[in-house]
Unconditional design. Structure first.
Length: 299
């Protein structure tokens, strides 16, 4: 098997789109749908499949070097793909202070899947896109390694996420998705039908993401595509951080619907969408779709 054999992994595509009865939406005349991308593949769920698929086809079985933090779902998915498809993987991990410490469950899973982990200091990690710095980091990998950027977000990943928008074309008025590096939002918006809007909910603090989405669309399509906006209030203070309000919301949502939700991305997106609904941000009759990019227990 090699990286061109992705169909043998039997992804569940298109992923299910299911209605979710929630009184907080219903009493305002809103319809809530869940786009269950977490069901695409047990080890390559959601946007990880959509962003990696075209990149792995381009890599064509060569070793893959990529980047992420200590809790990166992207690193886990890349490592799993390497094991499943039989190619070597190298993960450049942010934070040299982690070297020599016991691995957390996410990084331990990467290692168990055969990924070589290299820990670098944070200043080097921030400069990873500098050609000279990248050349040094590539010394950790075989000479023919294929480089996938942090979060998997590049032009190929954006094109892969266009299919998510196409699967939702005409099915809702607003599609909400959690955003890390912006690649999923960039492709999703491009695949939606005219009149639909994509709503991105960043999980990171800061106002840089709009610029990143625009740059990714420029790289993928040569210019802007689709109607998208960002709501940056619900990141919880940054990646891997939550808040008492978010924790309470997550517990309540799971109790209401009997559905365990991923907390760093999906819970923040659902918290944002529910709050906007309760604030009256959507007129009655609006159909809302929420993309579930991964399950709580995926990794």
């Amino acid at each position: 098997m090699n990286a061109l054999d992705l169909a043998l992994l039997r992804p569940r595509l298109p992923s299910p789109l299911v209605p979710l009865g929630d009184e907080r939406f219903a009493r305002r005349g809103l319809t809530l749908l869940l786009k269950r991308d977490d069901l695409i593949h047990p080890e390559l769920p959601g946007n990880k499949w959509r962003k990696l698929a075209l990149n792995l086809e381009a890599a064509a079985g060569r070793p893959v070097l990529t980047f992420g933090g200590a809790y990166s779902h992207h690193l886990r998915a890349t490592a799993a793909a390497g094991r499943l498809l039989g190619f070597p993987t190298v993960g450049i991990v942010r934070g040299d202070e982690l070297a020599g410490r016991p691995l957390n469950p996410s990084l331990a899973g990467c290692a168990a899947d055969g990924m070589r982990l290299e820990f670098v200091d944070r200043s080097t990690y921030r400069a990873k896109n500098d050609p000279a710095v990248l050349a040094r980091l590539l010394e950790y990998a075989p000479a023919d390694a294929y480089v996938v950027p942090e979060g998997g977000s590049n032009a190929l990943a954006v094109r892969g996420c266009v299919e998510l928008g196409r699967e939702l074309a005409g099915a809702s008025d607003v599609v909400a998705v959690a955003c890390g590096t912006g690649g999923t939002l960039a492709g999703l918006a491009a695949g939606l039908a005219p009149g639909q809007r994509a709503l991105g909910v960043p999980v990171l603090r800061g106002g840089f993401l709009g610029r990143e989405v625009r740059a990714l669309q420029e790289a993928a399509f040569g210019g802007p595509r689709g109607d998208w906006t960002l709501d940056e209030r619900f990141h919880g203070g940054g990646y891997a951080r939550t808040s008492p309000d978010l924790d309470a919301f997550t517990h309540d949502f799971e109790e209401r619907h009997g559905l365990a939700i991923e907390r760093l991305y999906v819970a923040k997106m659902l918290h944002c969408l529910t709050t906007l609904a309760e604030e009256g941000a959507f007129p009655p009759g609006t159909r809302l779709a929420a993309v579930v990019t991964g399950g709580r227990d995926a990794y």
